[in-house]
Design a protein around this ligand. Structure first.
Ligand SMILES: NC(=O)c1ccc[n+]([C@@H]2O[C@H](COP(=O)([O-])OP(=O)(O)OC[C@H]3O[C@@H](n4cnc5c(N)ncnc54)[C@H](OP(=O)(O)O)[C@@H]3O)[C@@H](O)[C@H]2O)c1
Length: 284
């Protein structure tokens, strides 16, 4: 089976490529330099040439704050790019896995979000991802839309890598304590995507690490485990003052995966342990 991964140089793209490079799979990992998904003709031509059975779209414009002032790149990649892939997959009878985000919700619910809750993105980034989801749904039956949250993998610039650097550089860091979400270890997510495509049950899924915490609690747990003696101060979203609004409640219930009988992803604390162990291994 031939599998194309787009955005293969990104945090998740690299882990997905690792998971799908085993067994009978012929993997075609395409970085942004290999295939720009904003170019409809190139997308169609490349997928026609490859004739894959499965495309996994890990490509995205993920600079959440930058989108607020300059939305065009995010619309190009997250909405139009997803559509181009869906159109090409429809032409070829190919299945598409399209990655999405907790930011399609505004975070005002007082319980975890299920796949059955209506989306209501509050940021430009969230709106582009929501539109990407809709375009995939409207275009292609054979799709899996996989929403995840608070992703951290060894190959990415992410919250944890930033915190670990700041914790070593500073005496004190301030971290937002009024946003709650589900940290998700990129290796686990990649594995869960492989399991999901084995089901044949197309549709929209939440796949996140188990349990939830605030960013403050996540940072504290990381510093404790990494023996970094830094003072961590809890602050509000308003005090932090990021340009893009973030959901206060980003907790995603993995309802449909549970109904299918798929294993839950490991608890976020264990994902954090695995992530820190990978960093140790990399340091060698
Ligand atoms: N990171 C998170 O916390 C998080 C949370 C929820 C959901 N997600 C979703 O998870 C997915 C993967 O995120 P990630 O953290 O792995 O993101 P990432 O590390 O930013 O990777 C995205 C990749 O997409 C590539 N890309 C950008 N524009 C492209 C284009 N026009 N054509 C082809 N490739 C392009 C980037 O390449 P260049 O670097 O060369 O531009 C990069 O390699 C995304 O759908 C994201 O929305 C992420």
């Amino acid at each position: 089976m031939k599998v194309v991964v787009t955005g293969a140089g990104g945090q998740l793209g690299r882990e997905v490529s690792a998971v799908f490079s085993v067994g009978e799979v012929e993997l075609v990992p395409l970085t942004s330099a290999d295939l720009d998904i904003t170019d409809a003709r190139t997308v169609m031509a490349r997928l026609q040439a490859e004739q894959p059975a499965l495309v996994i779209n890990a490509a995205a414009y993920t600079a959440v704050d930058a989108c607020e002032d300059d939305p065009a790149p995010a619309w190009g990649v997250n909405a139009a790019g997803a559509w181009h892939l869906a159109l090409a997959c429809r032409e070829l009878g190919t299945t598409l896995v399209h990655m999405s985000t907790d930011y399609v919700f505004d975070g005002t619910l007082s319980r975890p979000y299920t796949e059955f809750d209506a989306t209501a993105p509050a940021s430009v980034y969230g709106r582009t991802k929501d539109a990407g989801e809709q375009l995939v749904r409207d275009t292609l039956d054979r799709h899996y839309i996989v929403r995840t949250s608070w992703l951290h993998g060894r190959h990415g610039g992410n919250f944890l890598s930033t915190m670990l650097r700041l914790g070593r550089e500073r005496d004190q860091v301030s971290v937002v304590n009024d946003q709650r979400g589900c940290p998700t270890f990129a290796d686990d997510l990649a594995q869960s995507i492989a399991e999901l495509v084995g089901t044949g049950a197309y549709g929209t899924y939440h796949r996140t690490g188990s349990g939830s915490c605030t960013w403050f609690e996540f940072a504290r747990a990381a510093f404790d485990r990494a023996d970094i003696a830094v003072q961590v101060l809890p602050i509000t979203t308003e005090q932090f003052g990021a340009p893009a609004p973030r959901p206060a409640n980003s907790v995603l219930e993995n309802t449909k995966a549970n109904l299918l009988g798929l294993d839950s992803l490991r608890p976020w604390e264990e994902g954090l342990d695995r992530f820190l162990a990978q960093l140790e291994d990399q340091r060698g």
